[in-house]
Design a protein around this ligand. Structure first.
Ligand code: HEC
Length: 107
């Protein structure tokens, strides 16, 4: 009997932990739209989110996502290789930007 209760408690704990580990909206958008070219802490086709977070402001990041054709020069790139995500709404842009900035100083 005692054992049964212990097992139920552990199951409940496991469920609670997995609920807490749900990905944030920013992480979900990242996986949907960006992961083919950007990784969180490693360089891929595009720079890592950590390196972006270390050098850019939220405004620069949002502008680049929505309209890279108009920002790449000011960010120091010779040409633009990133598609514009002009259809993302303000809350999606903010969620992505917060997600990128969460990698600041991450090893
Ligand atoms: C087709 C590949 C591709 C996709 C998809 C892509 N990017 Fe990029 N991104 C790049 C490349 C390459 C660069 C470097 C600039 C350049 O060469 O155009 C870049 C640059 C950036 C920068 C500026 C980097 C800096 O120096 O500050 C940000 C911010 C960024 N991407 C965010 C995103 C986000 C967020 C998404 C998803 C919504 C995304 N990118 C999707 C390829 C991509």
């Amino acid at each position: 009997m005692k054992r049964g209760i212990g097992f139920a408690a552990i199951t409940l704990l496991a469920l609670t932990v997995s609920a807490a580990a749900e990905p944030s909206a920013g992480e979900r958008y990242f996986k949907e739209y960006c992961w083919g070219c950007h990784h969180q802490t490693a360089e891929a086709f595009g720079p890592s989110f950590r390196s972006i977070a270390d050098k850019r402001t939220p405004a620069q990041i949002m502008a680049q996502i929505a309209d890279p054709e108009h920002t790449y020069k000011s960010l120091g790139y010779a040409r633009n290789s990133m598609p514009a995500f002009a259809d993302l709404n303000a809350s999606q842009l903010k969620a992505l930007t917060d997600y990128i900035l969460s990698f600041k100083d991450k090893k």
